[in-house]
Design a protein around this ligand. Sequence first.
Ligand SMILES: Nc1ncnc2c1ncn2[C@@H]1O[C@H](COP(=O)(O)OP(=O)(O)OP(=O)(O)O)[C@@H](O)[C@H]1O
Ligand SMILES: [Mg+2]
Length: 363
Amino acid sequence: MLFDLEPKSRREDLYNFETELRSLINGITNEKIIAIRGLRRTGKTSLMRVALNEAGYPFIYLDPRFSGRPRRSDVVELIRRGLEDFLGRNRPIIDRVREALSRIKWVRIGVSPIHVEIRLNESRRLSIGELLDAINDLGAELGKAVVIAIDEAQELSKITWINFNMLLAYAYDNLRYVKFLLSGSEIGLLDRFLRVKDPEAPLFGRYIYFMNTRRLSPDESLDFLRRGFEQYGVKPSDDFLIRVVNELDGIIGWLTYVGHQYVVEGKHSLDEVLESATALALSELRNFLMNRSPRYKVLLRELFVRRGWRELKAALEVAEGRVINDKALYVLLRELIDHGIVEMVNDEYVIADPILRRAVLKL
Ligand SMILES: Nc1ncnc2c1ncn2[C@@H]1O[C@H](COP(=O)(O)OP(=O)(O)OP(=O)(O)O)[C@@H](O)[C@H]1O
Ligand SMILES: [Mg+2]
């Protein structure tokens, strides 16, 4: 069903995005590192899941969203869950997986019920390189590369004590049967994590296959809504649909949300639904602002509409009653852009998401 809130994993639940899906499957088939970039709620996880289910490679799926600064136990749990999920989906090859992983002394696999145990102590270090080698052995044994899919991969940069750039470069150069599929909504942070522009980075110069998610066009948005409602035998008025399209700027996650609220929660007042969407966005925004300079709040309030550099600078200067230098403003805007909150359109800046735009008014 199109209005299900979960990220989609089956092709028949994926609206359009045929080109994106094909491109992604091509990438998975032909390349070693594939990265999906796109604003929040534009369908990255859905595309990733459908492509993984369609591409025909065994895959390990990791979702490393950490609430705070991750400790070793958080990383262990991430890996443990990833392996357990992988085994659950691949019961017929469980013996071969056990065999391939048997040389890692800190991983234990139990069969009935399927469970993975990770035991580390002083003498047993968590060696991701060792794990990658074992996964490569498994791929060689299966005659197919194993895809390590990492959703919101920029989150891994919070693990400062593991050099992921080095590990990716190592796998790229040496492990024929390991591929990486990464996604990121904080596009600039993903680039920083991959150190794409840093000639000193171990990964520098290796090919990364990038693809971007996109907004739906107004026509597609309307069509998406009509089809979604049709699946529930509901036919809201054209006025209602057009208002939704105009408010949501082609962001498929919000269109899904509004549809879901209407058909499942029975909320037919658009204002009410937009209000609850805004509350959701507001809490995400508050998370971002926590422990950050109050200057962000000043800027965000301005960026409700498109603003030029001078206007933003003037707004900060008025708020603080003193001169702000260009470098400081540059760093602030860079951070907002890297987090996917603000985008640049024709040399002007604006909050990228229409619901987030409403949310800043409530800050
Ligand atoms: N092509 C699609 N067809 C139908 N529904 C979709 C499609 N793409 C995304 N959705 C829906 O939109 C919402 C957001 O999708 P998804 O979680 O895949 O996006 P995302 O970019 O990973 O979001 P986030 O940035 O929050 O992680 C979900 O409710 C999902 O079911
Ligand atoms: Mg996602």
